[in-house]
Structure formats: C-alpha cells, structure tokens
Design a protein around this ligand. Sequence first.
Ligand code: AMP
Ligand code: MG
Length: 369
Amino acid sequence: MTQKILATRYIKVDPLHPDPGVIQAAGDILARGGLVAFPTETVYGLGANALDGRAVMRIFEVKGRPSDNPMIVHVADLDQVKDLVECLSSPAQELMRAFWPGPLTLVLPVGGVVPPEVTAGLPSVAIRMPGHAVALALIRAAGSPVAAPSANLSGRPSPTMAAHVMQDLNGRIDMILDGGAAGVGVESTVLDLTGSVPTILRPGGVTPEALTGILGKVMVEPAALSSLQTAKPRSPGMKYTHYAPRAPLLLLEGEPRVIAAKIREIAAAYRSKGKQVGILAYADGEDYTGAGQVVLAGQRSKPETVAAGLYAALRRFNDLEVDFILAEGLPESGVGLAVMNRLRKAAGGRIWHVVDRDVGNHLDKMHDE
Ligand code: AMP
Ligand code: MG
C-alpha cells in the first residue's frame, strides 16, 4: 500500500509535567482520527482513537502490522473501562486496583462500542492503564480510550526512545511526543482473564510472581515460554517474528561460562571469514573485548536493567552494521522471563542450548543463510 507522506511534528515534553497546550494539540489530532506516538512506562506507543475504526486501520497501515493482530486499548481512568467490556469480574477489578496504572494488560470479554479493527474480530479486548503522566494526559485530552501498539515498524525492535520512533515512522504519522526514555523497556504483561485460569499470553513488566500474589493460580501460555510457533496461539501477535535487528541473531542459552566459551569460538570462526560479529552481553558478565562489536544491555544480575536497555541494544547492532549477532541468554526469574521471550522472538528460532559439542552444526547452518 502506498503511504501518504506527512509532516510529522516532533515535540519534546516534560515526562512528569507535560505542557497542557502541547498535550491538547496531540489530543485534538487523535480526536480528528490522526496518529500520535507517545511515551509510556513500557515502550513508546502509536496511538489512535480506539473508538474510530478508520483511525485504527491507519495504525495497521503505517506499521505494516498484520491485520489479525489485535491492539491494546489504553485508558486513563476506570470509568472508561466499563463501556469497553461486556462484564468485569472481581479478580479483574482487584488486578486493576493492584497494578494500574502500570505494565499489566488485561484481556476481557469485549463490549459493543469497540470496533472490530481493534480486536481483529476477537470476542475479547486487551486493556491497560499506562503508568506515565504524558500517556495519561494524552488519553484525557483525546476524550476517548486510545488504541496503541508499539510505535515501530512491524517486526523491528520496539522503541524505547523518541529517536527510535523517528527512525521508523517519521513522515508516516502526525506527531511524536518525546518524553525521554521509557523506564521499563519491555512491553506490558498480557494476562487473559476470559478462561477458567488466568493465563499470561505475553510476559512483560509485571512478573508472574507478582500476579500469583493476587490470583493464586496463574498459567503461562506455553508459546510464551519457548520459540515454538503454535499454529493457533491465543494471542495472535505471538505467531509473528518480532523485535528483530537486521542481522540474524543466535541466542545462546545455558551455563554462562559455557556460553561465553562458545560465543568466543563462534565469533572467532566468523571473524576469520571477514565477517563483522555483534555480541550482546552484560556489564557484570563476560568481557568480550576483541571478540566482536560488543553491546551491553544492562546487568545480568538485575534483569530490570536488561529490560530497560534491550531494544536500544538490538537497534545499536543496526548502526554497527554487523553481519550477525551472538546473544547471551539470561535466567528467567522476574522480568528476565520477558527479556528471554523477546530475545527468543528476535532470534526467530536461532536458539542454541549450549550443553554439548553440536554448535558446529549450527555454525554451518548460519553460513548457509
Ligand atoms: P503490542 O501492543 O503490539 O505490543 O501487542 C499487543 C499484544 O496483545 C499482541 O501480542 C496481541 O496479540 C495481544 N492482544 C491484544 N488483544 C488481544 C486479545 N483480545 N486477545 C489476546 N491477545 C491480545
Ligand atoms: Mg509491538
């Protein structure tokens, strides 16, 4: 589809106390059916009026997003939720009280006012209240709930800074509000409350441990735990490759020492063929100086710092123009589960459990690509 070129307005805002005039101008754009990228505490969102099916369609167009991938509806107060859902269970209300505003998206039975473009025709709708002053003010100024996926081209790493949004969407959307870096760095946890047991469809900023504290039993959708692509995932977005830098990424999982030795071995093999190797590593982990173009994504002992730096690190490899990337896996505790979910998606199936001597086979496969 041909894209209309727009003059994208780029405006800096104070993340805690945004200028009301700027926010109102952005809200007016949304009310008129336009698109505004804005900061949230997870990643930057690309917003449209959630009750305007045509505006929502434009999000799919500018992102190149598959039309069967539904969007999260963002609200600024609990009153807005009532019209969006068919009913609200008491666990749902309890979760809203405990985690909103914050990085928890609830999948609930959809109400009549939500256009099918938002839900991709599903009988459920995903809703969250973002924990960011700019996002909340914008939703209020728009006068309606705001449908917003991440403000990146589909398949690319999500934007955690306005500069990332510029890279992907300048000339395609009406406005970008720059409120500085997103704090959490990975998307919200998507929790499905429509079945008999609450199920995490996508791990994110709120950990399974935190949810168990309120709900008792919580399941994690098997597809969210591995790179396996199921034919009919419960969260349609999970079947697509996501978060991927341009170069192929090989994710190495296993004992850190063994991973480190393998990364050096593989990197040396590629270097000897004149290839540029990128290495995704951690500030408190192995020192790969000299082995390749090293990009650090936080500290492995503090997964929240890795979450905050992950997408910027993946985009950095594009700037470095590496031929391929070797990435160290992390333990899956806390937000580490969300980080590993995103890394596995970015790897698009190139995952190596370093337990044996078979890495050589994988090397051959990568050379063929
Ligand atoms: P994004 O906003 O692009 O970061 O992704 C939103 C995620 O929520 C995607 O993985 C969607 O597939 C998922 N999602 C949105 N609405 C629903 C829904 N009604 N049921 C299940 N998953 C949903
Ligand atoms: Mg996204």
